[in-house]
Design a protein around this ligand. Structure first.
Ligand code: HDD
Length: 716
């Protein structure tokens, strides 16, 4: 695992803490779970060589019994995920706003474990589903564990936790036939959301490119809810949390996503693993939007409403620290599967608001771990164990690890000297923020939550033309998979409330006409009998555009960890191969040689070059760019190979950078669509690899040439 030797130097106390549970079988005897050495692991104990197996065979029974019980229930949502260890450091003390210790001292490295996930699919489903991604961070702080359980979208589909089971039931595979897997594109989901105008903002994020990220390392994270920072004086500020990836925000195309799902359903998991193993550690800056308590009501939306963002133009995101992921788990089950996140795991200096979605989450996460991990001692599982000491009077239950000494398990006591003591606030004791409450007990939703259309419109208007087109395609695809025409129509009608042009384009693709509904249906406000009282309010306009919402404006100055395919065969030109490889690797890219067969190929100069993949084992959709070096016999072999031609065409279709030198130029020009448009700046031809490398690197850094998408239709 990467960074092993540095654990100590990193100050990563969590990794040291895990050491006591790590097992390594190297040079060890095979034993039973009782430590008895096993002499025959091939045969069960029988009454004669051809006789029945004996009940006495404790070794067989132990092995089979353990196996029979290996599985635990998968997470009800976010079942599919991948995790990594790392650490977090604050840039400068945030004492002005919060007393949370891990946000005070820039020299302190706080260990973290992060789990990224999709929401709807099962544990074995594809990474490339169109879905929101989970972005959950556990900080092992010296004051106890703090979990920031966020997503890669800053808004949620519902405003009240009361609706969560309905939302999840609608998106999961339909109950009668368990179809479709890891997809929102089916009737029950769109039936539900088309009756829930409050879901529109999150739907717009889910239909955008953000829902098909290129990598977990290239997506943002958001705490979603408004939380509180509490400082030493007890003063509260509202805060929204952000994660900003240093590699920028990048996505794949939907067509590509569906192909990746077949070629490598573990694409994101593998990408995270490979980057960490290669020592190119994923980095994210931690951002906060801070709002003074007095400004709570100054916005045209409610800070407690989880379907709203605070546009960065209204409150800028301050980047206050950095998280680096530098170590892969040793064991997927023990760490990534057993980690238990809970928004209620907070530390002094951070507190909740009354966001009704957050309030419901505070119940759900603890509850779900009881059935998922089998009982209330899940905090003792190594990955969940805080580095801060635990002392309390909780006792017993399944799988208890802690051996509590003494007679006393109650408080107050005199027999135990009154221990363990309550901590004063000055001693780090958690004290809930004393928010003033003077209210009626009601089952209701605030009027201030009724604007559902302003922010999806802001999101849509902030997208680039390419991104808008992708959204129209996404709506058309998803609704095209809906069988009930009435549901498609209701959804299209809802879209007219947000953007008429979008609604008309989607309607046209569905063979419908978008109609402005007199009254959008809204069941989400419950039992109120006057329908007018529960309708969404009209769209407002407090901001035309927010640059931060478009991925077009992201970081585009690096090719670190980008995967570049070199298509080559025997006779490839030495310089064309070596010089380009060197230039790309210097910039941090990962180069793979794709050839007609495994083993190695011989260059024109007689050198042996190791082959990484063949046409059979890989595909252009697993790469960011393609390069065809010269060398007559090499290029002739490619020209004979339909898969090589398809490789380049497919990369071209998906708007990727393509480069060729020497005879590689002729191959691209004569055999593929990529050579046809001389104005296409992401198709680069050169005489030598050296002169081609610079523009090629610049094109890869641009991620995609979206203009190509509308200019060319490629049958690949
Ligand atoms: Fe949730 C898991 C994020 C609303 C109930 N949620 C879960 C995970 C993430 C989120 C990232 C996976 C954690 C992991 O990797 O183990 N959830 C969110 C966000 C929400 C949200 C950002 C809205 C802002 N969730 C939400 C609500 C409820 C839940 C309203 C219930 C009332 N979520 C759960 C859960 C899960 C979960 C059922 C499944 C597995 C788990 O908790 O540990 O309790």
């Amino acid at each position: 695992m990467a960074a092993d030797k540095n654990d100590q130097a990193n100050g990563n106390y969590k990794l040291q803490d895990l050491e006591q549970n790590r097992e390594d079988s190297t040079e060890q005897f095979l034993t039973t779970n009782q430590g008895v050495r096993i002499n025959d692991n091939q045969n069960s104990l029988k009454a004669g060589e051809r006789g029945a197996t004996l009940l006495e065979d404790f070794i067989l029974r132990e092995k089979i019994t353990h196996f029979d019980h290996e599985r635990i229930p998968e997470r009800i949502v976010h079942a599919r995920g991948a995790g990594a260890h790392g650490y977090f450091q604050v840039y400068e003390s945030m004492a002005k706003y919060t007393k949370a210790k891990f946000l005070q001292d820039p020299s302190v490295k706080t260990p973290v474990f992060v789990r990224f996930s999709t929401v709807a699919g099962s544990r074995g489903s594809t990474d490339l589903a169109r879905d929101i991604r989970g972005f959950a961070v556990k900080f092992y702080t010296e004051e106890g564990n703090y979990d920031l359980v966020g997503n890669n979208a800053p808004v949620f589909f519902i405003q009240d936790a009361m609706k969560f089971p309905d939302l999840v039931h609608s998106v999961k595979p339909e109950p009668h036939n368990e179809i479709p897997q890891a997809a929102a594109a089916h009737d029950t989901f769109w039936d539900f959301v088309s009756l829930m105008p409050e879901s529109m903002h999150a739907i717009f994020w889910a239909m955008s490119d953000r829902a098909i990220p290129r990598s977990f390392r290239m997506m943002e994270g958001f705490g979603v809810h408004t939380f509180r920072f509490i400082n030493e004086e007890g003063k509260s500020h509202f805060v929204k949390f952000h994660w900003k990836p240093l590699l920028g925000l990048h996505s794949v195309l939907w067509d590509e996503a569906t192909r990746i799902s077949g070629k490598d359903p573990d694409f994101h998991r593998r990408d995270l693993w490979d980057a960490i193993e290669a020592g190119v550690y994923p980095e994210y800056e931690f951002g906060v939007q801070i709002i003074a308590e007095e400004d709570e009501h100054k916005f045209e939306f409610d800070l407690l409403d989880p379907t709203k963002i605070i546009p960065e133009e209204l409150v800028p995101v301050q980047r206050i620290g950095k998280m680096i992921l530098n170590r892969n788990p040793d064991n997927f089950f023990a760490e990534t599967e057993q980690i238990a996140f809970h928004p209620g795991h907070i530390v002094p200096g951070i507190d909740f608001t009354n966001d009704p979605l957050l309030q419901g989450r505070l119940f759900s996460y603890l509850d779900t771990q009881l059935s998922r991990l089998g009982g209330p001692n899940f905090h003792e599982i190594p990955i969940n164990r805080p580095i801060a000491p635990i002392h309390n009077n909780q006792r017993d239950s399944q799988m208890r690890q802690m051996i509590n000494k003494g007679r006393v398990s109650y408080d107050p006591n005199s027999l135990g000297g009154g221990c363990p003591f309550q901590a004063m606030m000055t001693e780090g004791g958690f004290h809930s923020y004393e928010e003033r409450i003077d209210a009626r007990k009601v089952r209701a939703r605030s009027e201030s939550f009724r604007d559902h259309f302003t922010q999806p419109a802001l999101f849509y208007h902030s997208q680039s033309e390419a991104e808008k087109k992708h959204m129209i395609d996404a709506f058309s695809f998803e609704l095209g998979k809906v069988e009930m025409v009435a549901i498609r129509q209701r959804m299209v009608n809802m879209l007219t409330q947000i953007d008429k042009d979008l609604a008309n384009k989607v309607a046209a693709n569905l063979g419908l006409t978008a109609q402005n509904p007199e009254q959008p249906i809204n069941h989400s406000f419950g039992a109120d009998t006057d329908p007018n009282k529960v309708q969404p309010t009209d769209k407002r306009n407090y901001l035309d555009r927010s640059e931060a919402l478009s991925m077009e404006n992201t970081v585009k100055d690096t090719i670190k960890t980008r995967r570049v395919a070199f298509l080559a065969a025997d006779g490839v030109d030495d310089d064309a191969l070596d010089a380009m490889k060197k230039s790309l690797i210097e910039e941090g890219a990962m180069v793979k040689i794709i050839a007609p067969r495994h083993g190695s190929i011989k260059t024109a100069g007689g050198a042996e070059v190791k082959v990484n993949e063949t046409w059979l084992t890989t595909s252009s959709v697993l790469f960011d760019a393609v390069y065809v070096p010269g060398g007559k016999t090499s290029v002739d072999a490619l020209a004979d190979e339909m898969d090589a031609i398809h490789f380049v065409n497919e990369a071209f279709k998906h708007c990727k950078a393509i480069a060729g030198v020497g005879e590689g130029v002729e191959f691209i020009k004569n055999q593929t669509y990529a050579g046809k448009d001389e104005t296409d700046k992401a198709v680069i031809f050169g005489g030598t690899a050296k002169e081609t490398a610079k523009p090629f690197v610049a094109s890869i850094a641009q991620h995609r040439n979206w203009k190509r998408e509308t200019a060319h239709k490629v049958p690949a």
